[in-house]
Ligand binder design. Structure first.
Ligand code: NAP
Length: 325
């Protein structure tokens, strides 16, 4: 008999087929997230779950999975999983690193260019039939090239954003809990700065930290107050890294010039004031949303489940200590 696996939302056909070859798959038949109650009802007998980053894998839900051996998150971020509970229950938790790095960095750069060059606002202007011809002062934005790009969290995605910034002839500064070796910094032309200094000197501040207890509201009123009036904040990490009310206030009072946001504190809810502001570019958590990448992410999640079925340690294990004797 094949082991049973729950897939909480429809994924690409090829990874689904691969999974079906080795497992009996229960797939959420609807094109919406399963509620925690629905997931709980579906858990009995399941050895694995292919989970979405939006599923809240609380201790209560994990405990309900009496036969669970793996929760394979279809995302690189794993703030939706209570990792301590998973470890205590000896359930492997996995994510999908690397395959979405460049795609998310591309979207980050689209937000940088979009907000600085007023792309969404200009598009709305043309569609509204307001364009009467070329004028010297129409939709004036700010240059991206030649400016200072401040990266907070120089991991996989942050580093990929740094490379894009350098391609745009930007000066790249960064802040991370772990500083690179100075020789590596020099080789890659990256300058480390304490967070406050980075906020003061950057024209674009872009966030690429995971959401943890330490990074929740990493950017609040005080941090926004340190930024230049001409600077932009970009967030394609997780919404709660920014205090959204403080951001609204900073935008309203002109403390910063604008914001490009892929993620929101209580998504899919967006603070209404943000919707009314012209100096924001708002997109619905689409950082990794390309055809190629979404298939690759699902393949990675499936491979993690298949490894557990074979009795191996999954390649993208987040809590390897569960395998220690
Ligand atoms: P990563 O390689 O782990 O990079 C995160 C970096 O942040 C690491 O260098 C990490 O340092 C650093 N960091 C952790 N805590 C910090 C803190 N308190 N202060 C400063 N730096 C800190 O992860 P990634 O693959 O680049 O992904 C980053 C995040 O992007 C994910 O966690 C996810 O939430 C988000 N994301 C969003 C989308 C989207 O659709 N918008 C798509 C993909 C990812 P250490 O390595 O020392 O911990």
């Amino acid at each position: 008999m094949k082991p049973k696996v729950l897939v909480t939302r429809k994924i690409y056909e090829r990874p689904l087929q691969l999974l079906r070859e080795k497992a009996e798959v229960t797939l959420n038949p609807e094109d919406r997230s399963m509620t925690p109650a629905e997931i709980m009802a579906a858990l009995p007998g399941k050895m694995g779950v292919l989970a979405m980053g939006s599923d809240p894998w609380t201790a209560q839900l994990l405990e309900a999975g009496k036969d669970l051996k793996i929760v394979a998150n279809n995302a690189v971020g794993f703030n939706n999983i209570d990792l301590n509970a998973a470890t205590r229950l000896k359930i492997a938790a996995t994510n999908t690193p690397d395959v979405l790095t460049d795609t998310t960095a591309d979207l980050t750069f689209a937000l940088i260019l979009g907000v600085a060059r007023r792309i969404a606002e200009a598009d709305r202007f043309v569609r509204a039939g307001k364009w009467t011809g070329w004028t010297p002062n129409l939709m004036i934005g700010r240059d991206v090239h030649g400016k200072t790009l401040g990266i907070i969290g120089l991991g996989r995605i942050g580093s990929a954003v740094a490379r894009r910034g350098q391609g745009f002839n930007m000066r790249v500064v960064y802040y991370d809990i772990r500083r690179l070796d100075p020789a590596v910094e020099q080789q890659h032309q990256l300058q480390f700065m304490p967070l406050r200094d980075l906020l003061e000197v950057s024209d674009f501040v872009t966030l690429h930290v995971p959401l943890t207890l330490e990074t929740k509201h990493l950017i609040g009123a005080e941090e926004l107050g340190l930024m230049k009036k001409t600077a932009y904040l970009i967030n394609a990490s997780r919404g709660p890294v920014v205090d959204e009310q403080a951001l609204v206030e900073a935008l309203r009072s002109g403390k910063i010039a604008g914001a490009g946001l892929d993620v929101f504190e209580a998504e899919p809810k967006v603070t209404p004031e943000l919707l009314r502001m012209e100096n924001t570019v708002l997109v619905p958590h689409i950082g990794s949303a390309t055809d190629e990448t979404r298939e690759a992410m699902a393949l990675r999640a499936v491979n993690n489940i298949l490894a557990v079925i074979r009795g191996e340690i999954p390649p993208n294990i987040l809590n390897p200590e569960i395998y220690q004797k």
